[in-house]
Every structure is written in C-alpha cells, then in structure tokens.
Ligand binder design. Structure first.
Ligand SMILES: Cc1ncc(COP(=O)(O)O)c(C=O)c1O
Length: 371
C-alpha cells in the first residue's frame, strides 16, 4: 500500500513501554495516563486502549466531551475530567461514571444540581496550591471542603479525590515545588479534619513523577512522558522513554537548482551552490510550526537535511544537496527514524515546547497506529 503523503506514525508499543516504565518509576502510586487534546495529538481512542493495556488504572482528560468520547470508544475504567465552564454536561458525565473535578463551592453545586436523580456524582476536589489556575485556595478551599463534606454526609456526592497541579515541576530545583507540596499537605489536613477520606490524592505530572517521589501520593498523572518526550531538556534521560510519534511526508517534488536560487516566500534563503531541493507536503496548516523556518532539520535516508526558507501553509522545502533523491521518498521531520530529529529539536528550533509540536498537528496529517 502506498503510504499517505503526510503521516504521523504512532507507535503504540513504544507508548505502552513508556507507560509501564513510568509506572515502575512510581511504584507506590497508581497511574493516570493523560489523554486530553486527542492524546496530545496522537489519537484518543487507540492511545486510551494502549494505556489500559499497559496498566493505567486512570485516564485523565480536560472536558466532559473528551470523557464521553472515551465511553463511546468502549472504555469503562476510571476517568477524571478537570475543566468545565457553567453548562458543562455534568449530568451525562455522572450517567457514564465519569469523575468530575470541583474547584469551587459554586461548581460543586452545579454538579450536584445537574446529577441525574438517584445518581451520586463522584467528585474530586481541586486545590490551587500555587499555579493560580483552576482550584480553590485559602478560605475558598476551606469552604469547598466543608460544602463537600456536608453534601457527602447527605448522600449527595462521593468525594473520591483531592488534587492539585505544579507550576515548575520541570525545574526540579525551583522553590515553588516544595512550597506547593507543603500547601497540598496542609490542604489534605483540612480534608481530614472535615471527616473526608478520599482515596486518591494526586499532584505529580511527568516531571514530578520523574524527579519528585515525595509528590507521588496515591496517583501520578503523566502526559508528555508517556508519549516518549521529556518534559524539558532539564528533566531528560531519567528513564528510558521511546518516541511514540514519527512525523513524515513523501517528497512531492525533487528538483536540481543552480547557485543563487532564492527559496520560498520572502526569499529568506538562497542556495550558495548547485543543489537539489525537496518539497515536503507538510506546512503550518498541518501544525508544523512556521517559527521553525530556517532552523529546523529533517531526515532523508538516514541523514539530516536542513529545512530551508519559510515553512508555508501546506509545504516546506529541504535542501538535499547532492543526495540521490526521488519524488515519493520519505522525509522524517521528527521521531523514530534513523537520523531523525526529535520533537524537542523542533521545539528548540521554533522557540517553544515539545508539547506544542505534537498537539498542533491537524486532521490532514493521517494518523497511522502501529503495534
Ligand atoms: C492537570 C494536569 N495533570 C497532568 C498533566 C500532564 O502533564 P505532563 O504532560 O507535563 O505530564 C497535565 C497537562 O498539562 C494537566 O493539565
């Protein structure tokens, strides 16, 4: 079969390896595979299945819709979602045994009011320990815990968890990590004093899983590392992670050009010798970051070639030099191919993080799942 002209090959065996490796690094905790944002661009359904196969007891998503997509795909295990504006489909979530997060008394009330008659929602309480995003802090945390404890005593809710999220886990020496962990432990004391005994206390994303055993608690929530990408170059090489996504395109055109040929919009790059240009059918319309223009590399036949000139909406140009190349040859932008750059290399070239490199990919890029 001819492979698609632009393809993200997703290696589910590598994914399962990463999940199992990360679970082994946090032996005292259960593991929640974070599969929000279409499994960081890797494809929700197959990745979720692979996560369960690899032993993830939980799946983590952002929206109720993402959680319901998991149920539609046949997933029946524990799922937590954690960000909702008023009007979210809480009722449907409760009906499908999806656990919800309450970040305020107001939100807890919304969940309780929307729960189908006779169903007791399973809710986890989110404490803001210093990231200043979602979650209750200070007196609002005390109020949330009291309200949740009363609602549980009245049989209206089951409080199953307490959790928070770190701001600087990818900088292991940052003082915010200790501070947030202390605030989290204090918040747990408030919960205990209110008579609640939630089973799941969790704080650690990939970076904290890798570097901060004291933050593992009952459950760890890795996302990026399960996809074989280090959370940050500062937190690299701690365990054996394998890249899950390989992004590649097949050359749509190969042509020999003389020295002095200006390439792509704005003519920002000009050949300094006779050379061969290859046209890769991937561009910023597919999520390839335009800001990596002129700095990123790709791999052709096991060797690095530079991306030259501006990355366009649908295509980019590589300088193949005097290499033997033909229309239809595979050029790998990043991933598990000989000589290929990593997603982090593209992030560095684009001045961003590797999370953005994989999650930005659009629907035009065919996802091919293997393993
Ligand atoms: C609440 C929460 N937990 C866990 C994660 C996973 O983080 P990471 O991908 O850094 O492991 C995320 C992702 O941003 C998140 O928002």
């Amino acid at each position: 079969m001819v492979s698609p002209q632009a393809e993200a090959v997703v290696d589910l065996e590598a994914y399962r390896h990463n999940v199992a490796t990360l679970a082994a690094h946090a032996p005292g905790a259960a593991l929640m595979s974070v599969v929000k944002a279409d499994a960081y661009g890797h494809g929700l359904r197959p990745v979720a299945r692979a996560a369960r196969d690899a032993g993830a007891s939980w799946l983590g998503v952002v929206t109720v819709e993402e959680a319901l997509a998991l149920r539609e795909a046949g997933d029946t295990g524990p799922v937590l979602c954690w960000l909702a504006a008023p009007g979210a489909a809480y009722g449907a979530a409760v009906e499908h045994d999806v656990e919800l997060t309450a970040s305020s008394v107001e939100q807890l009330d919304e969940i309780l009011n929307d729960a189908p008659t006779g169903r007791r929602p399973r809710v986890q309480l989110k404490v803001d320990t210093g990231l200043s995003r979602n979650g209750a802090r200070g007196p609002a945390w005390d109020d949330l815990v009291v309200a949740a404890s009363r609602a549980q005593a009245a049989g209206k809710v089951e409080v199953t968890g307490v959790w928070s999220h770190l701001a600087c886990a990818d900088e292991p020496g940052h003082p915010a990590n200790d501070q947030q962990e202390t605030v989290f432990r204090d918040a747990l004391d408030v919960v205990g004093e209110a008579g609640l005994e939630p089973q799941w206390r969790h704080l650690a994303n990939s970076a904290a899983l890798l570097t901060r055993p004291s933050a593992h608690f009952d459950l760890v929530r890795p996302g990026i590392a399960t996809y074989g990408i280090d959370p940050d170059p500062a937190v690299a090489g701690i365990v054996d992670l394998r890249p899950v996504m390989t992004l590649r395109g097949r050359l749509a055109q190969v042509k020999r050009v003389p020295a002095g040929t200006a390439v792509s919009y704005g003519h920002t790059w000009t050949t300094d010798r006779e050379t061969t240009l290859g046209l890769v059918p991937l561009g910023y319309g597919d999520g390839v970051l335009r800001s990596a223009s002129g700095r990123a590399e790709a791999a052709h036949d096991g060797e690095r070639v530079p991306v030259v000139g501006r990355i366009c909406m649908d295509q980019l140009v590589v300088d193949l030099g005097d290499r033997a190349a033909r229309r239809g040859d595979v050029v790998t932008l990043f991933g598990a191919a000989p000589g290929a750059p990593t997603a982090q290399d593209w992030a560095t070239a684009a001045g961003t993080i590797a999370y953005e490199v994989v999650t930005r990919l659009g629907d035009r890029v065919v996802r091919t799942h293997r393993g």
